[in-house]
Design a protein around this ligand. Structure first.
Ligand code: NDP
Length: 336
């Protein structure tokens, strides 16, 4: 159980620091002076008072942190060449973060692989339950059918091509920590299903043209997403395999510059973003709530693309530079 404990259960020392931090926040928050603000009248007729001393509290958090960083810097220059190290340093959180295992395995089960699978399965179960509720309350309409159809196809496709996960960033480069466990077990099932929940309480009349346009976005997104991921996976297994019916263009023997990978350096992200959009379009344009998932995914994938590029630049050096010259677009050709 060691890898599981190490990666998903906080150590005693991190718990002590976390509890101390929260207690410190609670204590200084209740004693530092600040403006007392009366809140809104609640349903039981009462009004609560809030002590708005956030600025004072943040200085009491920031100043010791800055002192710790300066202390670390001082020790670094003094101890260079010496084996003595300070016990508490400003880089504590950073070091813990990177001490988390990359590919923990428990009795042959790869935990990262397992958690993504559990998240996708959770999403499917929530959607099916929302579907059952929608049938029960009699509001199964076109929008709900489209959302359910697209998401079930996406989830089944994930399981069908599950082996492709093995060459993705999550498996090769992301560390298993609280964020990945939380992201897979809680974030995926609950945030990906927002559209379904929203449709339960809101009726959207979709025209036939809107349905056709929505299906097109889904199909194009799917083709780009699956096609790009498949091409890279096939290429990693067999660098000579034909791409779009032709021998592949390869840089430095390792980087594929044909097919979708010759259109943009992360065309797979473009496909995924179109798919995410297609899950929300059935909800119409009356609210931004159902667009939470594509918006969040846009930010996540732009950030991830930057991190992945930095990793690839370090790994492939001159070959990566040559690839970037040949394929200048990151995600969306001519735009980004
Ligand atoms: P990629 O599958 O693009 O993997 C990136 C890795 O692929 C690089 O680190 C590099 O690894 C290799 N690589 C990059 N370019 C090339 C190239 N031209 N030729 C050969 N190898 C290359 O990224 P992700 O794992 O982030 O994404 C996989 C899929 O998962 C995407 O479709 C993404 O949209 C989706 N995803 C969905 C999320 C969601 O919440 N819905 C969240 C995150 C991802 P190496 O060192 O092996 O060469």
């Amino acid at each position: 159980m060691d890898p599981l404990l190490l990666s998903s259960i906080p150590s005693w020392s991190s718990l002590v620091i976390l509890v101390s931090f929260l207690s410190y926040l609670a204590i200084i928050g209740s004693i530092l002076p600040g403006k007392i603000v009366h809140g809104a009248t609640l349903s039981d007729g009462t009004r609560l008072c809030y002590r708005c001393n956030g600025i004072g509290v943040s200085t009491k958090v920031i100043s010791p942190t800055v002192s710790l960083v300066l202390y670390t810097a001082g020790h670094q220059s003094k101890d260079r060449g010496s084996s003595l190290k300070p016990h508490v340093t400003g880089n504590l959180i950073h070091d813990w973060w990177y001490g988390i295992q990359l590919n923990p395995n428990v009795m042959g089960v790869d935990l990262k692989f397992f958690f993504v699978r559990a998240g996708m399965m959770g999403w499917l179960l929530i959607n099916l339950s929302v579907l059952a509720k929608s049938i029960q309350v009699g509001n199964m309409h076109r929008s709900m059918i489209l959302y359910q159809l697209f998401s079930v196809l996406y989830i089944l496709d994930y399981f069908f091509y599950e082996e492709y996960m093995t060459s993705t960033w999550d498996i090769i480069a992301e560390r298993l920590g609280f964020m990945l466990v939380f992201g897979d077990l809680v974030w995926i099932p609950f945030t990906f299903s927002v559209q379904g929940w929203w449709l339960l309480g809101n009726k959207v009349e979709l025209t036939k043209a809107a349905v056709v346009a929505n299906c097109l976005v889904f199909l194009i997104g799917y083709r780009v997403f699956r096609g790009a991921n498949k091409q890279k996976h096939v290429f990693k297994k067999n660098p000579n395999a034909h791409i779009w019916g032709k021998p592949p263009k390869v840089i430095g023997g390792k980087l594929l510059a044909s097919g979708y990978w010759g259109v943009a350096r992360h065309c797979n992200y473009l496909g995924d973003l179109l798919l995410a959009l297609s899950f929300s379009l059935p909800c119409g344009a009356s609210s931004i709530v159902p667009y939470f998932y594509p918006s969040y995914l846009l930010i996540l994938l732009i950030w991830r693309e930057r991190r992945d590029e930095a990793r690839c630049a370090q790994k492939y050096k001159e070959d990566w530079k040559e690839y970037c010259k040949l394929v200048p677009w990151r995600i969306l050709p001519y735009i980004y």
